[in-house]
Design a binder for this molecule. Structure first.
Ligand code: GCO
Ligand code: MG
Length: 430
């Protein structure tokens, strides 16, 4: 066993393309040997930084870098109370960096450490959004022409806030809530309620108009773009559970690749009912914080795609176990990969995508130019697939000097998720 130890752990905050990213760098006792990991929690980056620097750093300095499993398990319980976006992202930053280091020491990409490749490249899905169905269909056609086979479609609901269409085609879309501010002027009086202070001008959301616009979109896209490409859609919670049951049944005819986040985690028992009534493929997971939340959904085969956010789970160490569990039950992976997964996080996704036989699909929010420059070795996407570069470890680095040129910007209320409310003023998840 090697005696290389952890010398230092640092946090790098950078925002090259409008999304606040958090990267952890673990330096070792061996000169020049270090690893990087993704710890991005874009709505709450500073507590993650504190969790790494003030708690994990002193706890882990001097530990042998070889002991990833023990470092993960001991860090996990070092706060006694565990889980959640802050602690798990902090843990993930260190965990991914340690896998990166192990790969560099072995001279192997991380997928080789995991047992080797089950495939050459990972199929990705991209996002087509628009104000109107025709605009979305045109974008789908353009993506198909570019070689993509899987496309997520989202459209505006006229007069209402809608997930997935704000800041069209900008990488900021996903991180800032994607829902717009005031839309429906007629219901807008809620904003004027005397004495009431809202975090943002809330978007107004109503389930029926949303479901109608989404169904209209699927109809048009299928008639214009055909049935051979794979169509995906993200409900992003929001609709009452029984409406969700109806929606899943209605959607069945459009043969989606998957329907995502039909229910909030709080309502996920409703998946049992959906399962009994239709075969619409179900994806869920970005809001889970712990592998144990995944178990009941997988063992009862209530979902088809595990969509956890790897850093939110605590890194590669827990997620390789989740992937293996999925394989036993015929449930595929579809790791979360929006703009607020840094390229380092994407490299980690890719390692598992290549290794897990039960890989399903990888979400990909196209990297901006500046992001590519800050992260040399950024995974390449060609012909609808993400390709590894074959370098040892995660195969990616951070240009710290350049990263420092794009400091985190100040966001209103620290970067709270945009408020979405029903027409009566009650809050919608999320
Ligand atoms: C997706 C997600 C994201 C999240 C975002 C939260 O499926 O891509 O729903 O867009 O909303 O990551 O910060
Ligand atoms: Mg989603």
């Amino acid at each position: 066993m090697s005696d290389v130890t952890i010398r230092d752990i640092r946090v790098i905050l950078t925002e090259p393309d409008g999304i606040r990213l958090v990267i952890v760098k673990v330096e070792t006792s061996e000169p020049g040997l270090y690893g990087v990991g993704c710890a991005t929690f874009t709505q709450r980056p500073l507590p993650v930084k504190v969790a790494v620097e003030k708690y994990l750093r002193p706890f882990l300095i001097g530990r042998n870098v070889a002991d990833i499993e023990d470092i993960w398990q001991s860090s996990y319980v070092s706060s006694y109370w565990r889980n959640g976006g802050v602690l798990n992202n902090a843990l993930s930053g260190v965990d991914q960096a340690l896998w990166d280091i192990k790969g560099k020491m072995a001279g192997m990409p991380v997928y080789d450490l995991l047992g080797g490749r089950a495939r050459e490249a990972a199929a990705v899905y991209v996002h087509a959004s628009g104000r109107e169905p025709a605009e979305v269909a045109d974008k789908v056609s353009a993506f198909i022409d570019e070689g993509f086979h899987h496309v997520r479609v989202q459209v505006d609901t006229p007069g209402y806030a809608t997930y997935g269409t704000k800041g069209l085609d900008k990488s900021t879309e996903s991180a800032r809530g994607s829902s717009g501010g005031p839309r429906n002027v007629t219901t807008w009086k809620k904003e004027l309620t005397p004495g009431k202070r809202y975090a943002h001008p809330p978007g107004i959301f109503e389930p029926k108009p949303y479901m109608n616009s989404a169904l209209g979109l699927f109809d048009l896209v299928r008639s214009q773009c055909g049935w051979d490409f794979e169509m995906l859609h993200d409900v992003h919670e929001r609709i009452p559970p029984i409406d969700g049951v109806w929606f899943a049944k209605e959607v069945e005819q459009y043969r989606l690749f998957f329907l995502e986040d039909l229910f909030s985690p709080e309502d996920q028992e409703y998946f049992r009912i959906v399962r009994q009534q239709c075969s619409t493929p179900i994806a869920m997971g970005e809001l889970w914080n712990n592998p144990h939340e995944v178990i009941p959904m997988v063992k009862d085969r209530l979902i088809d795609f595990i969509r956890v956010h790897i850093s939110q789970m605590g890194g590669i160490t827990p997620c390789r176990k989740i992937a293996a569990m999925g394989e036993m039950f015929g449930v595929r992976t579809a790791w979360h990969g929006p703009g607020d997964t840094s390229p380092v996080g994407h490299a980690a996704n890719l390692m598992l995508d290549l290794n897990a036989w039960n890989f399903g699909i990888q979400e990909y929010a196209i990297f901006g130019e500046r992001t590519r420059e800050v992260f040399p070795g950024c995974p390449e996407v060609l012909d609808g697939h993400m390709w590894p570069n074959g370098k040892p470890g995660l195969g990616i680095d951070v240009d710290e000097e350049l990263a420092a040129k794009f400091p985190h910007s100040k966001w209103e209320f620290g970067g709270a998720w945009n408020e979405i409310r029903r027409a009566d003023g009650s809050i919608v998840r999320p």
